[in-house]
Design a binder for this molecule. Sequence first.
Ligand code: TGC
Ligand code: FAD
Length: 390
Amino acid sequence: MRRPFHPLDLFAVEELLSDEERLVRDTVRGFVTDRVLPIIEKHFRDGTFPRHLVPEMARLGLLGSNLHGYGCAGLNSVAYGLIMQELERGDSGLRSFVSVQGALCMYPIHAFGSDEQKTRWLPRMAAGEVIGCFGLTEPDAGSDPASMKTRAVRRGPHYVIDGAKAWITNGSIADVVVAWARCDDGSIRGFLVERDTPGFSARDHEGKFSLRASVTSELVFQECAVPASNLLPGTTGLKSALLCLNQARYGIAWGGLGSALAVYDEALAYAKNRIVFGKPVASFQLQQEKLVFMASEITKGQLLALRLGRLKDEGKATPAQISLGKRNNVWVARECARLAREILGAVGIADEFQAGRHMANIESVYTYEGTHDIQTLIIGEAITGYPAFS
Ligand code: TGC
Ligand code: FAD
């Protein structure tokens, strides 16, 4: 029987959701409780991605769920965000998979692709039959993607791509890469590179202590000739890649809440049951302060994410607002994971509890999609008018 799950809702955010949004959230919550939580500890331990869940997530309509047409669910931004929250309540790696597939691969094809590219790729990606990845970061260009070295040179009917990408989620399991490269005219544009293209190879990063249930790879393009029709025609510069990041950062603002809720729930339950000095841990003022910090920050994060989602649906969310959402809610998740681990005492370092896994995962989330520092500088520029990146 499914364990009833009572989400933290100190400010009645539930009342601000529509019936459809609640239904979507509860469906994904059920999926994560039944299908993810029982297996995720082993996948994290073994360093394997639970790939068998991809068709199940596709059947639930989770892949590219906020896109319209081409077999996508066409949900609003809040329902999409709640999906990210519930997936990350399970594991950041699972949310990463869905973020990359939807926000970083399907979105650019949808936004910048030709009709032929959309028809060819999107329905199969929504169905989970084709897996995508997004190659922007390079070994020497992370926070500053404009300094990328990957080049695409036009030769007759082909573009020839040379370069390398690093830390790419889904890299070695992807059927198609959305690869960003600098062209002859100096502009950065997006290309679709299929996995069997001669000169393309992918190798997984070994020794990760974080996001162990997710695939992270290095990609190499050696004289990789792709048909000119594989250029995403609507990409016009780095701005096109940054527009994709807005989509993914938005999802992470909700995902962070999911991770924070998971560890808060676990810490509260443990603190109520664990007896020390003859009393439950939850009855001590020092421990209550930690739980109150977590509950307050999660509540503020819920209000922030919901408002951001409503603004996004009205077409008004700015990149700086999205950065603020990502920055704040991932910080909340990071603080909550650390405090939850602390409340659990020794068992907090064992992987039969979730806190340690979330604590390790959130280090990646804090860094990817623009580090916490980069989000700070984006917001700093928006409020002062001074870019302080260099
Ligand atoms: P800059 O000159 O500021 O901007 C170039 C053009 O882009 C515009 N722009 C944006 N447009 C839409 N959305 C945004 N967020 C935008 N940010 C900037 C800008 O207005 C300009 O337009 P125009 O018309 O004037 O040309 O560019 P810059 O080179 O100075 O860089 C700015 C900076 C540092 C903020 C940017 O490079 C950045 O965001 N760096 C962080 C890189 C990053 O986030 N990488 C993420 C890689 S993907 C990933 O991590 C996936 S994890 C997936 C998972 O597993 O979930
Ligand atoms: P660097 O840019 O080298 O930064 C190092 C440090 O310097 C950081 O603390 C940073 O905040 C700080 N710093 C940088 N610039 C400034 C500045 N101007 N002022 C002050 N401090 C600064 N990328 C993709 O393209 N696709 C993916 O699918 C993807 N998946 C990922 C999955 C995982 C698990 C991880 C860990 C990363 C992934 N990334 C992906 C890469 C990720 O986006 C980059 O790691 C991130 O953008 C930071 O780049 P970097 O690691 O090169 O750090």
